[in-house]
Design a protein around this ligand. Structure first.
Ligand code: ACO
Length: 325
């Protein structure tokens, strides 16, 4: 039974760390308000001229180094981003070039906003399971700071920049049970009728500008808790598992209150939840892999642990992945 095993991961965060107190010097907000409503204490913001492709390439190279591989060993780059360098070409092809893949394999971007990493992971997993490729680099990378209205305190305090990458490799080991390593299942959903709750008010075919984020925060919050609880339950039930079988919930890092509410619905204690939103803010498609790499590097996530990843974002899109690390 063919499985996609996560063999290595790597991350990149820009140097510029901006605390809530720093933001309070620029707009009418406070550390107390941001911390209490969101759990965010700081975020990293990309430097001038630092592009999504730069951060994605750095994360990809870190993952390749950990795996002892080079770009010539990779068959596909699938990059989840909502902040590509340009309208086209895909940011993934820049990464393909920079990591030295030459004309080997293929590279493309995926746009599912904060659910982007789950969508990219599901896509790569299906390419591997079908036998079409052997190894994929799955990346989440964002420069959210470029699509924020820095005068809108209801949105600009929430987001950060960064990138993280995972290498997936085909494995024929095991019988494909939930005890075997690799991606066990992925679950994707969307509801286009809700696209007005969270969007960027510009784009190539509408305004010909990039635009900035607009959001109905309360409604997004409500949908996030409902949809993420639904989809993690779907992932567990599909595989005949319960939340007690899960070692780590690795959720999209949007807001600590959303994560707490989802974990509570699942009856997962806080000790089983990877929480990085306080340090990174909401990095959209990069948030799950950044949380994953952080917990792998600090030794919390160990080989064989069962990971439950979940996200919801603009679209609305939402999804989950059950992975044996
Ligand atoms: N600093 C200080 N005060 C603020 C700020 C701020 N940064 N932002 C808003 N306020 C004020 C408002 O103006 C309002 O003041 P008023 O009562 O005088 O009118 C007050 O704080 C309360 O505002 P609400 O919008 O009601 O605050 P709420 O409790 O809903 O929290 C928040 C807002 C944090 C945005 C919340 O709705 C939320 O987290 N929603 C989810 C949004 C999200 O995470 N989006 C990310 C993308 S989607 C995803 O990743 C899941």
């Amino acid at each position: 039974m063919r499985r996609s095993v996560m063999i290595a991961c790597g991350k990149y965060l820009p140097r510029n760390c901006v605390t809530n107190a720093d933001l309070a010097k620029r707009i009418e907000t406070s550390d107390d308000w941001i911390t209490q409503r969101t759990g965010i204490r700081q975020r990293y913001l990309a430097g001038e001229g630092e592009l999504t492709s730069d951060m994605a390439t750095a994360a990809a190279l870190a993952a390749l180094e950990k795996a002892g591989l080079t770009g010539r060993d990779i068959d596909a780059v699938i990059l989840a981003t909502t902040t590509p360098d340009q309208t086209f070409p895909a940011t993934a092809v820049t990464v393909q070039d920079r990591i030295g893949m030459g004309d080997r394999g293929f590279a493309f971007d995926i746009q599912a906003v904060c659910s982007g990493f789950i969508y990219a992971l599901a896509t790569a997993d299906n390419f591997i399971k079908s036998g079409q490729i052997k190894r994929a680099l799955v990346i989440g990378a964002e420069r959210m700071s470029n699509i924020l209205d820095w005068n809108d305190r209801t949105t600009c305090v929430l987001f950060g920049d960064g990138a993280a990458a995972v290498i997936l490799e085909a494995s024929e080991e095991g019988a494909g049970t939930t005890a075997d390593r690799g991606v066990i299942s992925t679950h994707l959903h969307s509801e286009g009728a809700q696209r007005g709750l969270l969007f960027v008010n510009g784009g190539p075919s509408s305004t010909q500008t990039t635009g900035v984020i607009e959001m109905n925060g309360k409604e997004v919050f409500r949908h996030a808790v409902t949809r993420m609880s639904e989809v993690v339950t779907e992932a567990l039930v599909t595989n005949g598992l319960s939340s007690a079988d899960v070692q780590w919930l690795v959720p999209h890092q949007a807001n600590k209150r959303i994560i707490d509410a989802t974990a509570e619905k699942l009856q997962l204690p806080p000790e089983k939840v990877v929480l990085t939103v306080s340090e990174h803010g909401n990095t959209s498609a990069a948030s799950i892999p950044l949380a994953l790499v952080t917990a792998v590097e600090d030794g919390r996530i160990k080989r064989g642990d069962l990971l439950l990843m979940e996200a919801m974002g603009g679209g609305l899109t939402w999804g989950a992945a059950l992975v044996r690390w």
